[in-house]
Ligand binder design. Structure first.
Ligand SMILES: [Fe+2]
Length: 354
């Protein structure tokens, strides 16, 4: 886990570009960069491992062809899935959930689930507090320079993961293999987050929603759903300037650009994220961000979830799904003061000039 010593060292570490650091450090990956493997007919890009995040999490981009489904499996650690494109059927507890772009799911440790692609190309981000998928991809999969699944794979993922090869990776395969899908018994994701650590799906734009000037901030999963391991923040907004330069001592902030453009400062360097790009800012990293294009969409993953109240301090509750453009710009200074006083937030400078 991150220690107070680590954040001081991290603060002196330059941002690494397009490679995994192999130690706790800030790094940025352009879309598609990372460690790439064919896992049967799936393509797995490992974007962060425990060694890169101080043991906090691992992160992957998975691309799967239409009709290809995993066996029913369960693994250690809490998983969070965000659909990038296509249509993915996620099955758990005997029910199918049809997920499309922007939808997400929270899967606690030990819950048996399966994933199946429904469109021609289906892509998703897979976040885990553990790293069993890294072990599987790197040792059972085949290393590749490709950024997409194979036209003619030797095996389907359901055949590969059914074999004895998965023994020893911490994954349990349930039943005879690929999930039995339930046809018409398909649920669309709901509008509200449950109270506890149960598996659930969340439709794009739903969840616990808050808004501020020209911006909607929605939680697709919260600390109460993850056993206090992490939470996610789905931000949609109009162009917005940088917030003050700051760092955190206890938690990492992880940015995934989903649409538009995000400008970030990290340890003195400015980078621009476009869709699919990822930036890991471990505790200590001096950073700020701005929404740099119209209708920018960003997913934040923050772990541990000590910063969750920040978005309630800085926003007002809403039942709306979209922000309203126009009006008088305002920065919620009172909420920001309260966050500095109560939360893991150390401000070190004004908003960077952009
Ligand atoms: Fe931050």
């Amino acid at each position: 886990m991150t220690t107070s010593f680590d954040w001081e060292r991290v603060q002196r570490t330059a941002l690494l570009h397009d490679e995994l650091p192999g130690e706790l450090a800030p790094f940025v990956l352009s879309s598609g960069e990372g460690l790439r493997h064919h896992l049967g007919d799936w393509h797995v890009t490992t974007m962060a491992r425990h060694m890169d995040t101080g043991g906090e999490f691992s992160l992957y981009r998975i691309a799967l062809p239409g009709g290809s489904g995993s066996p029913v499996l369960s693994g250690p650690g809490h998983s969070f899935v965000h659909i990038i494109e296509g249509e993915v059927t996620l099955t758990f507890e005997g029910r199918d959930h049809c997920l499309i772009g922007g939808d997400s799911a929270s899967i606690p440790a030990g819950v048996a689930f399966s994933l199946k692609g429904g469109a021609t190309i289906n892509s998703l981000f897979f976040y885990s507090t553990e790293e069993w998928l890294h072990r599987l991809a790197s040792e059972v999969g085949e290393s590749t320079g490709s950024h997409i699944f194979s036209r003619r794979p030797a095996l389907a993922v359901s055949e590969l993961l059914r074999s004895e090869l998965v023994d020893g990776y911490g994954v349990t395969i349930h039943g005879g293999g690929e999930s039995a899908h339930h046809g018409a018994d398909v649920d669309r994701p709901g509008n509200h987050l449950p109270d506890g650590e149960v598996p659930f799906v969340n439709a794009a734009g739903h969840g616990d929603r808050f808004e501020t000037f020209e911006q909607v901030n929605a939680y697709p999963v919260r600390a109460r759903n993850t056993g206090g391991r992490f939470f996610a923040m789905d931000t949609r907004g109009a162009k917005a300037p940088y917030i003050p330069l700051h760092f955190h001592q206890e938690h990492s902030e992880n940015f995934l650009c989903l649409g538009g453009r995000v400008k970030l400062h990290a340890n003195g360097e400015e980078v621009i994220l476009t869709p699919g790009d990822f930036l890991h800012a471990p505790a200590g990293t001096i950073h700020s961000f701005s929404l740099a294009a119209n209708n920018t969409h960003m997913l934040g993953l923050l772990t541990p979830p000590v910063f969750e109240p920040f978005f309630e301090y800085m926003n007002d509750p809403t039942e709306e799904y979209v922000y309203v453009e126009g009006g008088s710009p305002h920065f919620p200074a009172a909420g920001f003061e309260k966050a500095q006083a109560e939360l893991d937030l150390v401000v070190v400078g004004p908003p960077p000039a952009s």
